[in-house]
Design a protein around this ligand. Sequence first.
Ligand code: GDP
Length: 321
Amino acid sequence: MKKQRVYVAGHRGMVGSAIVRQLGQRDDIELVLRTRDELNLLDTQAVNAFFASEAIDQVYLAAAKVGGIVANNSYPTDFIYENMMMESNVIHAAHTHNVAKLLFLGSSCIYPKLANQPIKESELLQGTLEPTNEPYAIAKIAGIKLCESYNRQYGRDYRSVMPTNLYGPNDNFHPNNSHVIPALLRRFHEATISNAPDVVVWGSGTPMREFLHVDDMAAASIHVMELDKEVWEENTEPMLSHINVGTGVDCTIRELAQTVAQVTGYRGRVVFDATKPDGTPRKLLDVSRLHNLGWFHEVSLEQGLASTYQWFQENQQQFRG
Ligand code: GDP
């Protein structure tokens, strides 16, 4: 049987690299990868030329301009412009060059700031977005709507998945500028090594978050990409087609900190710094659509934190300096 030629856009990122680790083990798939230097996804002509010459069968669109709250607030143009350009270029070129299947990867920040919890897919466009990352969220919503529009107008089979908070290898472990899991793994690790009497965790410890290991995200993405078209169509609507990806389970930041302490072997005190922001009190996705489609997460938070901590220790040279 002829191998499927699968292009993973963004294969050096956290999610793209996890997808490549899994697809790389399949003998029915031939991966097609390009670094940013080899193919600039902001360049419409270059993207077109790539699709014209590569005979791609499937695309995982995991390339995105991403960043934390400070970056989103400081460079809103980069977040809306670059994401919309990359999505438009890749999705349009995929359609033009007859790519049968495409999976667009988004983010749970597409949902309104005050969405009902757990957040169903139908909460999309029901309220005002969180202002700090509105430009990024609008670009991601545009990506979903691009896929749906090509499906409606041209009968394409382009699907979208929206992950909850992800963590795992290749995450950003910057000391001040990362999400809570890499921040705490690093801080507890350093406190353990230096025998520090206490470790500071931001906020009150009471906010609740859902966390998904990126290997689970990759597995869910491949699962959704490979669902039969009839099954996918039965479980989605033409103008409400995106699928939440998460565990369906959340925990408090205090519980997370306790688990990180166990995983890193830290025995000192944990102190909560109430001068730092808590952010939204709860963010949990409703994953019944994904469960109905037959996918459930496999990596527990304890296992996922332990393996991510091991990865951090093996790779931490790159985070120094
Ligand atoms: P959010 O889901 O967009 O709020 O993303 P974050 O991962 O930045 O924060 C999640 C929660 O963890 C918030 O309530 C933070 O206050 C809390 N938190 C505790 N310690 C830290 C830390 O060192 N870094 C970050 N980013 N968040 C922390």
